[in-house]
Design a protein around this ligand. Structure first.
Ligand code: GTP
Ligand code: MG
Length: 409
């Protein structure tokens, strides 16, 4: 870190210091020493929040995997003030475990055994393996459930399609899914209120039933550890028939949020066609346009990418792992002032303005989902027909030797 700015909110009550950049393990250790408080960088904070909001077994497994992978990357030895190498957050002296004594190192006498660092690394690797195996089980169960839903769809023609509601964290996804499905999903004005995908049945204006799936919120530069750990959950999104992208139209860094979501979708393997077919929902239209966005999500997104020039530091009170404190950026001047509709490049995207709170635009959104699914069905049928036709052709035509690379004498 070169230049740093520190904003300390309610220092007396502060349990941890949050730094909005990705710190190296050494930087983190030095700051913890200087401030005598745990320091969380961007990745650590996000993992902390995921952990706090994980209620189902699946979400807990995924959050733990992300946490241990993060912990592994933080395992360092540093030289303490007395010149000795120390280890651990409080700087405990390095210890030697019984494992490997006599067999490790170079011979019996010089065998250093296993250092605390190695021991921790081994424990993490073992735990990681177990977690991955358990997550794989979850993934399989999800695949079976999805197949079951599809099968049910075939029986209940015209089909039980899945519509995944995606978007930046705090955009209003859960509120929207609740409003559309007359059910109550947990929503809150905090980051990552939802970390488990929840599926709700909704009847469209045509009478067709679909499954709406509320998903985990995305964020700029979603840490790789989280994408990997939450693969099973994110698979729901990649496998959905249609995506509905919810945007908080009052967010000042709206373009950045949109891009961050598109980036994550690409990273998890969503096809370009599915992204093109996506419906955009410009939510929170009841809120005053371009109002100051004091959400932590906005702050995180807006500062993103400036770490080199001006590492932004701020603090947050962490209560039982949940960030309840809103953090304000020192300067939000770089925020865009335009609303979503002023960006001509996105004008071609099917969109609807909604308020999940007042209900404005919800009927229109359901109609759009209906229309899009009809369009997708048609496209699928026609590509199916093309496939069947080409299958028929292949059946009856003799193989042309030159096409399959057979040498002809
Ligand atoms: N004014 C207004 N507030 C909304 C609207 N939709 C959602 N909110 C509020 O925005 C906050 C976040 O809503 P959530 O539904 O939890 O957002 P989310 O996208 O599910 O968030 P994560 O699960 O954290 O990704 C809550 O305080 C909601 O009450 C809206 O249309 N208008
Ligand atoms: Mg949610």
């Amino acid at each position: 870190m070169r230049k740093t700015q520190i904003e300390v909110l309610k220092q007396g009550e502060m349990d941890a210091v949050f730094v909005n950049s990705i710190l190296s393990a050494i930087q983190q250790r030095n700051l913890e020493r200087a401030w005598e408080k745990p320091v969380l960088d961007r990745v650590g904070l996000i993992i902390e929040i995921f952990n706090a909001h994980a209620y189902t077994k699946e979400a807990k497994l995924q959050a733990e995997l992300a946490a241990i992978m993060y912990k592994k990357s933080r395992l360092v030895r540093v030289r303490a003030s007395d010149g000795r190498y120390t280890f651990g957050t409080k700087g405990e002296a390095e210890v030697v475990s019984a494992r490997g004594r006599g067999s490790g190192g170079r011979g019996f006498i010089s065998g250093a055994g296993e250092t605390e660092l190695e021991l921790q690394r081994r424990r993490i690797s073992e735990r990681r393996k177990r977690l991955l195996a358990e997550i794989e089980e979850v993934r399989k169960t999800r695949a079976v459930q999805r197949a079951g839903r599809r099968k049910q769809g075939v029986l209940d023609a015209p089909g039980l399609a899945t519509v995944a509601v995606v978007g930046y964290t705090n955009a209003g996804k859960s509120t929207l899914v609740s409003a559309l499905s007359d059910s109550d999903l947990y929503s809150d004005d905090r980051l990552f209120a939802t970390v488990d995908p929840r599926v709700r049945g909704v009847a469209l204006p045509s009478g067709r039933k679909v499954l709406l799936s509320d998903t985990v919120g995305f964020i700029s530069d979603l840490p790789v550890q989280l994408i990997e750990a939450f693969h099973a959950t994110l698979e729901e999104v990649a496998e959905a028939d249609l995506l509905v992208h919810v945007l908080d139209s009052s967010a000042l860094n709206l373009e950045e949020q949109r891009e961050a979501v598109l980036d994550v979708l690409r990273q998890i393997g969503v096809s370009g066609k599915k992204i093109e077919d996506m419906i955009e929902v410009w939510n929170k239209e009841d809120k005053e346009e371009n109002q100051q966005n004091d959400d932590l999500s906005g702050w995180l997104g807006s500062r993103n990418g400036n770490e080199d020039e001006d590492d932004q530091l701020c603090s947050s009170k962490i209560l039982t792992g949940v960030v309840d404190q809103k953090i304000k950026s020192l300067n939000e001047s770089s925020m865009k002032e335009d609303g979503p509709d002023t960006h001509s490049e996105f004008k071609h995207i099917t969109h609807v303005k909604t308020s999940a709170v007042t209900g404005v635009g919800l009927q229109e959104l359901l109609e759009l989902i209906d229309d899009k699914l009809v369009q997708i069905d048609k496209e699928q049928h026609s590509s199916q027909r093309v496939l069947e036709k080409s299958g028929f052709d292949r059946k009856w035509r003799p193989i042309q030797a030159e096409k399959v690379g057979i040498a002809v004498e």
